[in-house]
Design a protein around this ligand. Structure first.
Ligand SMILES: [Zn+2]
Length: 328
């Protein structure tokens, strides 16, 4: 019996190729836009882009039903689906509910706005074309994922899922791929994300293996580590920092003023329930600086980058990584 992760990985590759083919077809249509009369040529190009995207969405959703079925069977469980997926139902609109012609029209508008800002026509077409590619990849991914979700709901034997990363993945997706989620939990994704649902069969054998973010990180080249996790973040992970805390810190970055200068900080973990908030409060209480009810967090939580900028020795950097809650 084939392992469920082999099935998921093969499916992920097929879906990614399907999206890439559609994007290439879209770019060929895009090249037919007339730089001298964008609006007139859009009357032909626009509907063709919509057709390419809708066909790819249908194909992506069509793959999903069989995939969920095979993935559940690979765990020794009969999926017992309560119906069949209708692929066309996942095509023709974007994840936010917009019809595809409205979505595609955005790419023409962006092209014209770029022209209006003074870009040369070929550069403006490049900007619009990239946006079109991003929309297509994202919406094709969403159509497939939407159908995977319905397929999982249709099976009486699936109540949870995990994720498999699309392609090389990204820092946030690597963390998310380590989790197990209830099927009612929305699938978080970023533009162009090609990550996939992996159904977990209730009471099944050989359940899917979740991604170990630390192993994923170690498997990357140093350049990839720096690119995906930022130079400071990757360095902190190599120094032993917790990957999740490093990735989460990037969700809410801001520039604070502290110690008389501007510093790179994060709001992550600084709310009342946050670990950094709690740790700072304990430290203040231990010093006798505050009363149990009187604590207010005034210290910005520095980003790893900032810690390495400020630390004078490797030992001090580790101490700061610990204080700011990246290292236990
Ligand atoms: Zn992803």
């Amino acid at each position: 019996m084939t392992d469920v992760m082999d099935i998921a990985l093969a499916y992920e590759v097929r879906q990614r190729r399907l999206a890439a083919r559609a994007v290439r077809a879209g770019l060929r249509e895009w090249a037919a836009l007339d730089p001298d009369d964008l609006s007139a040529s859009w009357r032909t190009v626009g509907p063709r882009l919509v057709a390419v995207l809708a066909a790819a969405q249908t194909a992506a959703a069509g793959e999903a039903g069989g995939y969920v079925d095979r993935a559940v069977r690979a765990q020794g469980v009969d999926p017992d689906p309560q119906g069949r997926i209708v692929p066309e139902a996942f095509a023709g609109w974007a994840a936010d509910g917009r019809p595809l012609d409205t979505l595609m029209l955005r790419t023409l508008i962006t092209t014209k706005e770029s022209l209006g800002r003074g870009l040369a026509v070929q550069d403006a077409l490049g900007v619009g074309g990239r946006l079109m590619s991003m929309y297509m990849a994202t919406e094709i991914g969403d159509a497939g994922r939407g159908a995977e979700g319905v397929g999982m709901h249709a099976s009486r034997r699936v109540t949870t899922y995990t994720r498999v990363m699309g392609g090389r993945g990204c820092a946030r997706c690597a963390i998310l791929a380590g989790g197990i989620y209830h099927i009612e939990t929305a699938f978080l994704r970023h533009p162009c994300c090609q990550c996939r649902n992996v159904p977990i069969a209730d009471g099944g054998r050989n359940p899917p293996t979740t991604t170990d973010a630390a192993a994923y990180f170690r498997g990357l080249s140093r350049a990839e580590q720096d690119r995906l996790f930022t130079v400071g973040g990757a360095r902190a992970i190599r120094d032993g920092a917790d990957i999740t805390s490093i990735v989460n810190a990037r969700r809410s970055v801001y520039t604070a003023t502290a110690y008389g200068r501007r510093v790179q900080a994060t709001r992550d973990s600084t709310t009342r329930r946050g670990l950094f908030y709690q740790a700072e409060r304990r430290r203040a209480l231990a010093r006798g600086d505050t009363t149990p009810g009187g604590f207010r967090l005034r210290t910005p939580r520095l980003l790893p980058e900032e810690i390495y900028r400020q630390a004078e020795t490797a030992e001090q950097a580790l101490e700061m990584l610990r204080r700011f809650g990246y290292l236990t």
